[in-house]
Design a protein around this ligand. Structure first.
Ligand code: MF3
Ligand code: CO
Length: 250
């Protein structure tokens, strides 16, 4: 069932998303060589709690941290630890918040100091995939219009598009229907309606689209160990426009 949100719910989700955007604004300047992913996790958890929220990922299916911190070949679900960021890395940070019962979800990939042109291009294309997907996320279109826009852009740049994980509805629960794949496959193709809140999240690899899960049962890596990037926003589909709820204000 796809849940359409009423005004009260949209306002609650908006507040959750605004707190999440603020948490990212705090975290972004911390991404420098020498900082550990655990330090980023602690800073995020503190900021979320100071804002009155809870980390939505902590304890979700027994996930052990507040953020996912995924370096280079780690696609998603990297568990924060003592690993320190190194100049030339790229790191994807994914965070979810529950505030007054309402969920928000966002991810972005950042450079650590100076990075090579290939990594920069991968990040640029992945962000463009998200932006193109968002441009199709309007009332009256269908889910596959988003999928197609993301897929075709990444494909024409020669990148691998992760298929094993998708975007999703969100807001009242962390993960709701519909699924928003980043490729065009079989499966349902619902129409986008006013009141829908969705998270679009392209995960794009420099090499193969294939991924595997490490022995910790969480960390998703590319099978060829080439780098991967991930950008995600939570959006509200409204009658006459689409609002990017997790966009930073600064
Ligand atoms: N961030 C993922 C998503 O966007 C969910 C993370 S699951 C967790 O859907 F277990 F790591 F929390
Ligand atoms: Co998500």
């Amino acid at each position: 069932m796809i849940r359409l949100k009423n005004q009260t719910q949209l306002d609650g989700i908006r507040r959750s998303c605004r707190l999440l955007a603020d948490v990212f604004s705090l975290l972004e300047p911390m991404v420098v060589p020498g900082v550990s992913t655990k330090e980023l996790d602690e800073a995020a958890e503190n900021a979320i709690r100071e804002g009155g929220g809870e980390p939505a990922f902590l304890g979700y299916m027994e996930y052990p941290a507040s953020i996912c911190a995924s370096i280079n070949e780690v696609v998603i679900h990297g568990i924060p630890d003592a690993t320190k960021l190194v100049e030339g890395d790229i790191i994807s940070i994914d965070i979810g918040i529950k505030l007054d019962g309402y969920f928000s979800d966002r991810a972005l990939t950042l450079p650590v100091g100076r990075i090579d042109d290939q990594k920069q291009k991968l990040m640029d294309i992945t962000l463009e995939c998200l932006e193109l997907g968002i441009s199709k996320a309007v009332a009256g279109n269908r889910v596959k219009d988003i999928s197609k826009a993301v897929f075709e852009h990444a494909c024409s740049a020669g990148y691998g598009i992760v298929r094993d994980f998708c975007g999703h509805g969100t807001g009242i629960e962390l993960h709701e229907e519909p699924q928003i794949p980043n490729y065009i496959g079989r499966g349902p193709n619902p129409r986008l309606k006013p009141g829908m809140v969705i998270a679009i999240e392209p995960m794009i690899n420099q090499g193969t689209f294939e991924v595997e899960i490490l022995d910790d049962d969480w960390t998703v890596v590319t099978t060829d160990r080439k780098p991967s990037a991930h950008f995600e926003h939570t959006l509200a589909i409204l009658e006459d426009r689409t609002e990017i709820l997790t966009r930073s204000r600064t």
